[in-house]
Design a protein. Structure first.
Length: 633
């Protein structure tokens, strides 16, 4: 396979006659273009990491600035002390007429030098902070320029993969002529969107599905010239093939002006084959449900099998192959007017504008071009006349909402994903997104919007089977992999059926919160890392009085307490005593974690009601095992 590079612009010196100069062409293997595109994608991901590091550098500079401001009063006090020492030393010198005790002189000189060194170090820290701030600003400017260059390079490489749709559609002209002769039809191929540029790889993968659709159309959909003349149609039938791009999607439409699909025949065939229960009458099924039967394996309404079609494998293959490409296929038909198949595929461009959304504890990314509207949940609640539930303190989520004079079903985003037990998931929506659903707009409630960014989407390979609504993942600068969701594959009807279905198990799913009271910064941060990695929410306090304030402020939201013994203001023993004497906290599990491992300290803690007593340093395994044993279910 080859791809053409963008035409090079000749200079006047090379081509005096610009009108007669032909643009230069370069044949490049498509595999090399793929590798170049992948390399640029990796560079864009690395750019995200560097951008995050630059932001951390800027934050560190701001923190250093605040620390310098806090040190200024200390520096002034040191300067005052230095001046006083100088005055005292001078008066002593005058009184002693130049005679000094050697020990006193040495001690004074060392202190004098230390104070001078301290002040100089503070000045150097200030200057270094200014330098860091300058480097951070220059780094941000350079990163912005690198991103612009990478985007331009990425667009050029992807443009070199694109070919006009016309070059692909012309392949079907000989096939239409052959089928006209074999089937006794008179049909012409009408191509629209000839100049739409589409990735050559995507077009190659559509060859087989479109061939099946053309065979079925010529053999079953189109009438013979005599049949068309009898119903006042033009003797020459039309087979339409159209291409267009919609945001990050490629849309290929295949249609004809034939007899259309007989819904009654499809329904009866589905009943005969056991696909549709006979007790469900045809009038209770939607058109979309009946038309969906034709994509079942082995389904065919043909009276006889021909060498062109009728074997019952064509449309099954079409849907299977399109889904393998992360796409969807829809069908619509009108009796006597024809049938239209619409195939939607994600474009090969992996740099997409994504909306990063918070759904429970998970980040998910949604392509921005699939989002029709973003509405605060408070506005939805106001429009729908919803009232605050005083018991839960939350506004209940309605099952539907009105959007642009249309009534849409409204579902929590978490319910659209196939979790085994939806009843255990707490829903607290903040934002409602209106998405491009499978056939109509879809309203989903999320916990919040984190950011909107242009990010690289990496598709999954075939190692693990993934749901069709997952297009791949994007890698943030933190290294976190965020799944990319395609709204057109979300099925709110199936979600409602699953949420309404009874469940035999309802495991309690909640995030537990642990409060840490520890004055050592290193020990406190180490505990935070261990517990956060284990899935707990951590509230870190520097001493016992601060821990009491957090317990009061959070009103029963703390599930576990880990406390040091020796702390300023309020020590661990006093903190434990206050917890055990409180009317609400008395049963709260409390573990003492300290370097004081003697029997007297241990006995004191246990007598005050400690649930366990651990010595420092503690291993993560020992700590988590202790929490697991004591944490209430």
């Amino acid at each position: 396979e080859t791809a053409s590079a963008p035409p090079a612009t000749p200079t006047p010196a090379q081509h005096p006659n610009k009108a007669s100069a032909a643009p230069a062409q370069l044949r490049v293997p498509l595999q090399r273009i793929d590798r170049m595109g992948s390399a640029i994608g990796e560079l864009l991901t690395s750019h995200e990491r560097l951008t995050l590091q630059q932001q951390q550098l800027r934050q560190a500079s701001q923190n250093l600035k605040r620390l310098v401001e806090q040190v200024k009063p200390v520096r002034d006090e040191v300067q005052t002390f230095y001046d006083r020492m100088s005055t005292v030393s001078t008066s002593q010198q005058d009184g002693e007429e130049g005679e000094f005790d050697a020990l006193e002189m040495d001690r004074y000189t060392t202190l004098h030098s230390s104070l001078q060194t301290f002040e100089e170090l503070i000045t150097q820290v200030q200057e270094t902070r200014v330098d860091i701030d300058l480097v951070s600003r220059e780094l941000a400017s350079d990163l912005n320029q690198v991103r612009r260059d990478l985007d331009r390079l990425y667009n050029d490489v992807n443009a070199s993969r694109l070919v006009p749709f016309k070059t692909f559609a012309q392949r079907f002209l000989p096939q239409v002529k052959r089928l006209n002769q074999r089937c006794g039809k008179a049909a012409e191929l009408v191509v629209r969107g000839e100049n739409v540029l589409i990735d050559k790889v995507v077009l190659e993968q559509l060859q087989t599905p479109l061939t099946h659709l053309l065979n079925n159309s010529m053999d079953h959909g189109l009438e013979t010239p005599e049949e068309r003349a009898a119903v006042d149609k033009s003797p020459t039938a039309q087979v339409r093939l159209q291409a267009q791009t919609e945001g990050s999607e490629v849309v290929i439409t295949f249609g004809d002006d034939g007899r259309g699909i007989d819904l009654g025949k499809v329904y009866q065939k589905a009943v005969d084959r056991g696909i549709c229960p006979p007790e469900i009458p045809m009038t209770r099924l939607r058109r979309e449900d009946i038309l969906d039967f034709i994509f079942q394996s082995g389904f065919s309404t043909a009276a006889a099998v021909s060498d062109v079609s009728g074997r019952g494998v064509g449309l099954d293959v079409v849907r299977t192959q399109v889904r393998m490409l992360r796409g969807s296929v829809e069908v619509d038909t009108l009796p006597g007017r024809g049938t239209t198949f619409t195939i939607r595929l994600p474009s090969s461009m992996s740099l997409l504008s994504l909306l990063l959304c918070q759904v429970q504890q998970q980040l998910v990314a949604i392509p921005a071009d699939t989002i029709l509207d973003v509405i605060p949940f408070e506005d939805v609640a106001y429009r729908e006349g919803l009232q605050l539930n005083e018991e839960t303190g939350k506004t209940p989520l309605p099952s539907s909402m009105t959007w642009r004079d249309r009534v849409l079903s409204l579902s929590p985003a978490i319910h659209l994903l196939p979790y085994s037990d939806l009843s255990a998931l707490s829903v607290d929506p903040r934002v409602v997104l209106i998405l491009k659903g499978p056939s109509a707009p879809l309203a989903v409630a999320i916990d919040g919007i984190v950011d909107e960014r242009q990010l690289i989407v990496k598709p999954f390979d075939d190692t693990v089977v993934v749901p069709p609504y997952v297009a791949g993942c994007t890698i943030l600068g933190t290294g976190e992999a965020v799944p990319v969701i395609l709204p057109r594959f979300l099925n709110p009807k199936a979600a409602r059926e699953r949420s309404a279905a009874p469940t035999t198990r309802s495991p309690k799913v909640q995030t537990r919160t642990i409060l840490i009271a520890e004055d050592s910064t290193g020990a406190r941060r180490s505990l935070e890392r261990i517990l956060t990695h284990a899935g707990f929410v951590v509230v870190a306090c520097r001493e016992g009085q601060e821990a009491l304030r957090e317990l009061e402020r959070r009103q029963g939201a703390i599930d576990f307490v880990i406390s040091d013994v020796e702390m300023p203001v309020l020590n661990g023993f006093d903190l434990l005593a206050k917890i055990r004497s409180h009317s609400s906290w008395y049963a709260l599990p409390v573990v003492m974690l300290t370097s004081r491992t003697g029997d007297r300290h241990r006995q004191k803690a246990m007598s005050l009601g400690a649930n366990d007593y651990l010595g420092k340093p503690v291993t993560p395994t020992e700590l988590l095992a202790c929490i697991s044993d004591l944490m209430p279910d």
